[in-house]
Design a protein around this ligand. Structure first.
Ligand code: UDP
Length: 235
């Protein structure tokens, strides 16, 4: 499968068309952004790690009943995926307080929740990805009620699978963001990526942050943290 015209270039990935209209090629870059693009940088080797980690986790999720866009890893940075129309929602699941949750509600990071939280942001850079209630998503016709229920069920399933996966590797899944897409027939599948860019992953013993917070917060050792978490993934 060959890359044809570039369809889109995002902050961390480029997307290309292929000979097959139902398939796309994603090419992961080392570029990193934070705070809605205000902070920019590069994390050497990140594209390779995010590509491989996302593909590995999506294949596990497939076996657990979550359909994903993953088709085939083509190279270190390139993956063949099913073409979807992205549902313009960022679906965020949290197991432990951190980031915007801690900030918005004035609590410290590290509070372990009895139940995971589910929240949605409207994927819209111009508006700064505002938080949105499920009824708002319906009012805006971003999704149908059936799609909203399906997306919520899948997101909670992803959390159960990944929480358990990382726990076995000495890593705590604090929170993460996922995105879904619609196939041509309307079927909802998991799309985008699951990586240290989109998850908070803390060492279960030491609490060390092994994710993009090292870049966001200038904690240093960013590349090392990405390499460390990739090592943990492979066990
Ligand atoms: N997240 C993401 N993209 C975004 C916003 C958040 O991947 O545009 C991820 C982030 O890495 C974290 C989770 O979603 O794992 C929750 O992020 P939060 O709402 O706390 O926002 P942040 O503090 O990162 O701004």
């Amino acid at each position: 499968m060959e890359k044809k015209a570039q369809m889109y270039e995002g902050k961390a990935k480029k997307v290309y068309e292929t000979d097959d209209p139902s398939l796309l090629i994603v090419d992961y870059k080392d570029d990193a952004t934070a705070f809605n693009g205000l902070k920019k940088g590069t994390i050497a080797g990140k594209g390779v790690i995010n590509n491989q980690m996302s593909n590995f986790l999506m294949q596990i999720l497939e076996t657990k009943g979550v359909p994903t866009h993953f088709v085939k890893e083509l190279s270190e940075r390139e993956t063949l995926v099913r073409r979807v129309t992205i549902v313009p929602l960022e679906v965020i699941i949290r197991n432990i307080s951190a980031g915007s949750f801690a900030k918005n509600y004035g609590v410290e990071e590290g509070i372990v929740f009895e139940q995971p939280t589910v929240e949605f942001s409207y994927k819209n850079d111009a508006l700064g990805d505002p938080l949105l209630a499920p009824s708002h998503a319906l009012a805006l016709k971003l999704v149908t009620e059936a799609e909203m229920n399906q997306i919520t069920d899948y997101a909670l399933k992803v959390n159960e699978v990944l929480k358990d996966f990382w726990k076995q590797r000495g890593v705590t899944l604090v929170d993460f963001k996922i995105e879904f897409g619609r196939l041509a027939d309307g079927t909802i599948i998991l799309a985008d990526e699951i990586s240290p860019d989109t998850c908070r992953l803390w060492d279960s013993e030491t609490g060390k942050k092994l994710d993009k917070d090292r870049f966001r917060r200038d904690l240093g050792g960013v590349e090392e943290a990405y390499t460390e978490i990739m090592g943990r993934l492979k066990g």
